[in-house]
Design a protein around this ligand. Structure first.
Ligand code: PHE
Length: 368
């Protein structure tokens, strides 16, 4: 930069001088903009203001010294203005720099109390999710995850929801736009449940499988006190030889006792999910009244908490193309799924689901 030649002045009239200094200014500004580091700015300063080789020194010797007397006054005036501009810009850059690095070194008072940053806490939903997961981990389950943007195949078809089957209407789906040219099975959507990870897990791993899958799910539901278009589930899957409905009941009964307390009872009601057969809804005895009946349990003594069932042979059939070990004649399994928000709302007495997503410190601090 330093030996950049100084352009020759073609004439000394106003137009030529304005143009020449304008160009120099542009050049300086560009270089100043690129001189990000402290070293860069120092070399910028030496380049322009250096006593011997600085560009201003060169300009003054080439332009001023060779100028005719009649032009020296106006040239000198412009030169001084330009020099002041450069000095000021460089001084400003330097002061920004020292302001950025905090106080000058000698002003640090080490006896002052430090800045205390507040320690965060687990969000109540994450905390609840981790507690549920921990219960199953202690029973030998591993933990898995899967994508939130899913294909129609994993979210529905492989789970025995055929195209156009009315069972799909039970999960109002948010789909990714502009997918019409793809085959239905490849079209992308926001997963409506964590169940697609059942399939993804079995495709990756031959039986036996014991896995829990915590995660976020999306449904095209209007938000109200108990619904949110984004919420969380914990899914479970157990596949091995001779897994029976008693294993499912025993596992969930133990899990509910471990999570809510040993006095909690469970009961199972017939239900329907396309990917389990038979299917059941699980209720627990009301944790508020101990089953006597109160407003929270609508005076029934029971609260409905999760869905479950024995893995449908059709689901194993979908997986068998990739993992022949999932032969429904040789193995069996159960699956379950629960809503994390619902459980956290019950556990902490939260009446509006929206509180979890509000980011309101007054709400969140209660869980610290
Ligand atoms: N995926 C179901 C839902 O979101 C819940 C479920 C999971 C039911 C596993 C049975 C077995 O409604």
């Amino acid at each position: 930069m330093a030996n950049e030649t100084i352009p020759r002045l073609e004439s000394y009239d106003d137009v030529a001088l304005t143009k020449a200094f304008g160009e120099l200014k542009l050049q300086f500004n560009q270089e100043a903009m690129l001189s990000g580091s402290p070293e860069g700015r120092e070399s910028l300063r030496v380049d322009w203001l250096g006593r011997k080789q600085g560009r201003l020194t060169q300009i003054s010797s080439i332009w001023l010294k060779t100028a005719p007397d009649s032009a020296k006054r106006s040239l000198g005036q412009r030169f001084n203005e330009f020099k002041a501009y450069i000095e000021q810009s460089i001084a400003q850059e330097l002061s920004v720099e020292s302001a950025g690095s905090g106080r000058p070194l000698d002003a640090i008072d080490i006896s002052l109390p430090g800045t205390r940053s507040r320690i965060g806490i687990e969000h109540p939903l994450i905390k609840t999710m981790n507690e549920i997961v921990a219960v199953f981990k202690s029973m030998g389950y591993s933990v898995g995850v899967g994508p939130e943007v899913e294909t129609d195949y994993y979210n529905f078809e492989s789970l025995n929801f055929p195209p156009n089957h009315p069972a799909r209407d039970t999960q109002d789906t948010l789909v990714v736009a502009g997918q019409e040219r793809k085959a239905l099975r490849d079209r992308l959507l926001m997963r409506t449940h964590t169940s697609p990870v059942q399939i993804r897990t079995m495709e990756q791993q031959a039986p036996p499988v014991r896995i829990v899958i915590p995660g976020k799910v999306h449904r095209n539901d209007a938000a109200d006190a108990t619904h949110s278009p984004i919420f969380h589930q914990v899914e479970g899957l157990c596949v091995d030889t001779n897994i029976t409905f008693s294993d499912l009941k025993g596992t969930l009964d133990h899990a509910m006792k471990a999570f809510f307390g040993s006095s909690v009872k469970t009961r199972f009601f017939p239900s329907f999910f396309p990917f389990t057969e038979p299917s059941a809804d699980v209720q627990i005895s009301c944790i508020f009244c101990g089953g006597k009946g109160c407003r929270k349990c609508k005076h029934s003594g029971w609260i409905e908490l999760l869905g479950c069932g024995m893995v449908d042979p059709a689901v194993f059939g979908a997986v068998q193309q990739k993992q022949p070990g999932y032969d429904p004649k040789k193995i069996s399994g159960f699956a379950f799924g629960m809503g994390v928000e619902r459980i956290a709302m019950m556990k902490y007495g939260v009446s509006d689901i929206g509180q979890f997503y509000s980011g309101d410190m007054r709400f969140l601090e209660q869980f610290a």
